[in-house]
Ligand binder design. Sequence first.
Ligand code: ASP
Length: 310
Amino acid sequence: MKAIIVHGGAGRWGEERLKHALPVLKEAAEVGYSLLDEDPVKAVEEAVKVLEDSPYFNAGKGSVLSIDGSLEMDACIVRDNPRLVGAVIGVRRVKNPISLARIIAERTSHHVMYGEGAERIARLFNLPEGNLITDYARRRLERVREKLLKEEVGDDLSLMAKTIDLIRKYPDLFIGTVGAVATDGRSVVAGTSTGGTSVKLPGRVGDTPIPGAGTWAENGCGASATGIGEGIIQMLLTKTLCDRVAYGTPLKEAAEELVRRTEYPVGVIALRRNGEVVFAYNTDFMPVALKTEEKKEVEVYGVQGKSSRT
Ligand code: ASP
């Protein structure tokens, strides 16, 4: 059974941004679905690219910035069978980090590459570069810095704990990452791309590019996570989810239980080779778009605020 689900990030979404983001999210699901017969890896890559190219998501163009104003993007793509794993950490210029993750998986003998070495691979394969820092991202960083200063945050190393406090107090300042999971009925592919968390310390690596944390596919199951990466890493959320399903826990139960278990704001989308799809989140919003063989139209969820939490 063919299916694709995409997410635009867990968190608080303002009305205005949601209005711009939703058509793009639907387009990503359509684009991905239309490529499923050709190649599910391409389907996930192209769906994520649609979101990376939009300034309304925290990935590619529109990525959030580190505390010093720099941009460091991460991405990962995983296929269950035949096994494919590729991830990239901390790239600054590559327009579509998800494509670089795919190239690392398919064209190098490595799984994970970071920084300048990864950028060199991108240049070797002529991946487009771009100016990915938007005015919106700059303004957002200023607002977060202001709030942090008002909270009298003293030293940089306690920043992550303070950041989490800040997210609880001002959830609308933070925006999530993007991801897609798809199946053509034979293999399952998951992909995630992000600018990371706002006001992260330069050099911080989140869950997205850590295979098994923010992105994983195995045994006919795949998942992509969003939210504060530290919480996702602690649980190896996507790998744990796929393992539980392999040992017999229903997909929905596994996703909901893992999301409930953490105190961090997180969300996850997942699906199985048989076309069963799930999403779960403990934040106010997590916009998702999904297209399956059964329904002609793209369905959208996670946009009503708390009432639609799964
Ligand atoms: N999970 C991403 C990270 O921690 C950010 C997000 O999803 O909002 O880098």
